[in-house]
Design a protein. Structure first.
Length: 82
């Protein structure tokens, strides 16, 4: 799986971290199986769908993770300044 475009990933949520790892395994297995699967077959298309969904879920989870970090930082500033 491609590395995320941000080096700003922080482990704020262990569950999100674990899910991202598992989604990476799904995508990695697709990449390995792709070499052994006949091109343009029904199986190949199903596997590609699974890979696409896993990548989309990982991207969405990454955005939610960033939003969570940002939200926590914002709430922390409001509490400490008030």
């Amino acid at each position: 799986m491609e590395k995320s475009s941000g080096g700003n990933y922080q482990l704020e949520c262990p569950l999100a971290h674990d899910l991202l790892n598992k989604l990476s395994v799904i995508v990695g297995h697709y990449d390995l199986l792709e070499e052994e699967t006949p091109g343009n077959s029904a199986l190949q298309k199903r596997m590609l769908l699974i890979r696409s969904i896993a990548k989309a879920m990982a991207a969405e989870l990454g955005h939610l993770q960033c939003d969570l970090v940002s939200s926590r930082k914002t709430k922390g500033k409001k509490v400490s300044s008030g």
